[in-house]
Design a binder for this molecule. Structure first.
Ligand SMILES: *Cc1c(COP(=O)(O)O)cnc(C)c1O
Length: 463
């Protein structure tokens, strides 16, 4: 046998460490029960390896920390704002920047500015906060992702693509005046971190331009998407992630951004736009909801960390290691027969809970139950992406029943080691060995908005 994995070795070494907390199986049994079988309600000191999310959980570099000391905390016109603006213009290519406290702040403002009551917003699968803000603004989200995205086993390289036939049919059905913009996410989180191709973005651009419809990119993980384009799309192998990212953005009119993902910071986001009139209105609104237009809910130091994060995260070597770690863990899981979404996404591994717990109905919340059980087994925290996350239909009040019923193992950037990946895979395998004994759940408390964050459950009695 030859050892072959060095391709993804991290382009950094570790200068500061944070001790992990260990718990006993008995402790965890109590903790998960007290948390209503919702991993969002666990306290972080009850968690060993935290794969809940890659949002704001990244490790910043020494260069980013040094930048924090250069925070210019002036109320107006902070130097860090101008640095961030310069970096966004350089790497994303949009003209105008509005910082926001995080991604949903940008989504809120954009939705208020562009969406009118009764509008329709097509998108390549919904994202929780994105859709919530579209709906709050009076819009209706319509999914126009390719069918393959809903099939966890289907192996196609660009499962995040927009289905142009669906989009065109929708434009004809409701009329272009009812569509303020097409919302394109790269990568598609809810489909398992699946990328969009450049070819698809070009085609979306051509179709929407013919009808005068804007395209807004959810750029939260666009750099990871650019990595997949480099690896998978014809003619892109020799390009840099930076050049691919720039081209992706050039095919859109603006973006919402959660800096807490790609950009390796703990807080921050932005809205970036090319159209001055839209920017002007957004700049008026940001003052109401976030803060002055040169800080948008962030401290100067946060903007500096994000400005520096852009330059670090767009480096090809960073992305090789980031995505290499996720792929490494996915390969371990596949080698022991765990059903996961294929191909492996950029930021996370998604376990197919329907196949893992095939004895449960979707209304017994299999992904929620599996996430709780994985915590109980090992102290590893993951999260549900299935019927609980999908919420209820705004018109009928019924559960939305997504085809995908997934548990997400999300990897914070630059935080865990290869040995942690091994422990994670071993723990999932242990639970898989006794999967038939896992019971479904009953929801005992359901919040009105984004219910997955705070819902509570209890185990169903044994059948
Ligand atoms: C996290 C996320 C958001 C929202 O960003 P926050 O910073 O959490 O408010 C929007 N879109 C996608 C794809 C995300 O992953």
């Amino acid at each position: 046998m030859r050892l072959t994995r060095r391709a993804w070795a991290e382009p950094f070494k570790i200068k500061m460490v944070e001790p992990l907390k260990m718990t006993t199986a008995q402790d965890r049994e109590r903790f998960i029960s007290e948390a209503g079988f919702n991993t969002f309600l666990l306290r972080s000191d009850q968690v060993y390896i935290d794969l809940l999310t890659d949002s704001g959980t990244n490790a910043m570099s020494d260069v980013q920390w040094a930048g924090m000391m250069l925070g210019d905390e002036a109320y107006a016109g902070s130097a860090n704002f101008y640095h961030l603006e310069e970096q966004v213009q350089k790497y994303y290519g949009y003209k105008y920047l509005i910082p926001t406290h995080q991604g949903r702040g940008a989504e809120h403002i954009l939705s208020r500015v562009l969406i009118r009551d009764g509008d329709v917003v097509p998108g390549n699968m919904y994202f929780t906060t994105t859709r919530a803000h579209q709906e709050l603004a009076g819009g209706r989200f319509v999914d126009v992702i390719v069918d393959e995205a809903h099939d966890p086993a289907c192996e196609v390289p660009f499962k995040g693509n927009v289905d142009l036939t669906k989009l065109e049919a929708l434009i004809h059905q409701v009329g272009p005046s009812k569509i303020p913009y097409v919302s394109v996410a790269a990568t598609v989180n809810m489909a398992g971190g699946q990328p969009v191709s450049l070819e698809n973005l070009r085609a979306v651009r051509a179709l929407t331009a013919a009808h005068g419809i804007r395209v807004i990119l959810d750029a939260t993980r666009a750099m990871e998407n650019a990595h997949f384009i480099k690896k998978r799309e014809a003619g892109c192998a020799d390009r840099t992630i930076a050049s691919i990212l720039f081209e992706m953005c050039s095919l859109t009119d603006g973006c919402t951004m959660s800096g807490k993902k790609d950009l390796c910071v703990n807080i921050g986001g932005f809205l970036a736009l090319n159209d001055f009139a839209v920017f002007e209105e957004a700049r008026n609104q940001v003052v109401l909801f976030e803060g002055l237009h040169t800080y948008g809910g962030l401290a100067g130091r946060d903007m500096e960390a994000m400005a520096r994060g852009i330059e670090e995260a767009v480096q090809d070597a960073h992305m090789e290691a980031r995505i290499g770690q996720v792929q490494y863990t996915a390969d371990l899981l596949l080698s022991v027969g765990i059903p996961i979404v294929r191909p492996t996404g950029g930021h996370a591994i998604f376990i197919d809970a329907r196949r893992f717990l095939s004895h449960l109905e979707q209304t017994e919340f299999p992904a929620q139950a599996l996430a709780a059980e994985l915590y109980r087994e090992s102290g590893i925290r993951t999260m549900e992406r299935g019927i609980v996350s999908a919420g209820r239909n705004v018109e009928t009040g019924e559960h939305n029943t997504p085809k995908l019923e997934l548990v997400r193992l999300t990897f914070p950037r630059r935080v865990y080691t290869q040995a942690h990946c091994d422990v994670t895979a071993e723990s999932v395998e242990d639970v898989f060995q006794r999967r038939d004994s896992i019971r479904g759940l009953r929801m005992t408390y359901e919040p009105k908005y984004l219910r997955f964050f705070q819902a509570r459950f209890e185990p169903k009695p044994a059948r």
